[in-house]
Ligand binder design. Structure first.
Ligand SMILES: *Cc1c(COP(=O)(O)O)cnc(C)c1O
Length: 370
């Protein structure tokens, strides 16, 4: 990753001197299981509905700043009023706006790493101090008592459910306790919520907890990472802040049209989501067995998302050989604090998963006999 030039380091705002361009380390491969996208094609009929919606969208007019048609569809889906939803240019924009609006110098954001690295990045852009309650280093479970105690003096909290990259969900009673303890606002990031078991979404707590914000996105289960569309659900006065701070036209007309068509067709995604969930269990069982047989220090963690976290010896080398010898891309987290020798593997189609398992088996056997 490229650092800023000496000249730019002197010119940017002092708190930005350490920023670097985002580099997901992407290489074109036959199979990309590195970014937790839905790798299945859109369900039959949905692509045609999206294309028709796009073709009918005039490009000469500015977008509706608040995406009200989409908001209404989302509101009907979730059974909540329109006033409790704000749409953004991906969940990322909403997370950034959350810190921009509610963070800032002197404020703290509480997170539970290993988690989504963007939280700390957006906090640094918004000059918000990050306080961390690290997860258990073996199980990656949340440390409940420490978390609730820290929430009592945090301005903001972000929890991820299911968590990227560890795959576990935040129990609802814990989410409720954190909301009760925190004097400020609590985001539960459910970017992967549709892959989790029924009854795990914190959205049911919205009425009871007026400081709770639930984040969803169309990027993962709905296979629409490219259109950039996410949304938050929260109390109307919280939504007013999101609506006020956003760049007014950040959600463009094509995104609004495509998202509306996809959300209208939401039932068509159920079979895809069910397949990814069952493939996740198959992959978990097969990888666990493989890792156990070849590497006693390895591990695979159970996941409620569309990805699995896997610890294998020489993870960086395994990733590189998966890419170079088998044309399969996975995400290397072994450099990240708390994730030594960990890879994150997106659950793909059955064929993609078969190829991954074959490659993994070949590589682990080779490592073992080396
Ligand atoms: C992917 C992801 C998001 C949001 O992604 P967008 O594409 O910006 O909607 C948010 N949180 C987590 C944990 C994610 O993995």
């Amino acid at each position: 990753m490229a650092e800023l030039s000496e000249r730019m380091r002197a010119l940017v705002q002092p708190h930005l001197a350490g920023i670097e361009p985002y580099d997901p380390n992407f290489t074109p491969t036959d199979i990309n299981l590195s970014a937790n996208e839905n790798t299945c094609p859109l369900p039959e009929g949905v692509r045609a509905a999206v294309d028709a919606a796009l073709a009918a969208t005039p490009l000469n007019r500015y977008p509706d700043p608040l995406s009200n048609d989409l908001r209404d569809e989302l509101a009907a889906w979730h059974g909540v009023p329109r006033e409790t939803i704000c749409v953004g240019n991906g969940g990322d924009e909403l997370l950034y706006n959350f810190l921009l609006a509610f963070g800032g110098p002197g404020r703290t954001l509480l997170t539970c790493p290993p988690d989504f690295s963007e939280y700390a990045f957006f906090a640094s852009l918004a000059q918000t101090e990050v306080e961390r309650v690290w997860r258990d280093e073996r199980t990656y479970g949340l440390k409940r008592d420490e978390l609730v105690a820290a929430a009592a003096h945090a301005d903001l909290v972000i929890l991820t459910s299911p968590n990227n990259p560890t795959g576990d969900v935040v129990p609802l009673d814990l989410a409720r306790e954190v909301c009760a303890a925190c004097p400020g606002l609590v985001v539960i990031d459910e970017a992967y919520g549709e892959f989790a078991d029924e009854g795990t979404s914190a959205a049911v707590l919205l009425e009871e907890c007026d400081n709770l914000i639930v984040l969803h996105t169309l990027s993962k289960a709905f296979g629409a990472a490219g259109i950039r569309c996410g949304y938050v659900m929260a109390a109307p006065d919280v939504i007013d802040v999101f609506a006020a701070i956003r760049q007014i036209y950040s959600v463009n007309v094509l995104t609004q049209s495509a998202a509306l068509a996809a959300v209208r067709a939401r039932d068509a995604f159920a079979p895809v989501i069910a397949q990814i969930r069952s493939e996740r269990e198959r992959l978990f069982a097969a990888l666990s067995q493989l890792v156990q047989a070849t590497a006693p220090e390895g591990a695979v963690w159970e996941s409620q998302g569309n990805f699995l976290l896997v610890r294998v010896p020489h993870a960086s080398e395994v990733r590189q050989r998966l890419r170079d010898d088998f044309s399969i891309l996975v995400r290397d987290f072994s450099y990240a604090p708390g994730l030594a020798d960990c890879l994150r593997i997106t659950v793909g189609t059955p064929e993609e998963n078969d190829r991954l398992l074959e490659a993994f088996q070949a590589l682990l056997n080779k490592t073992l006999s080396a």
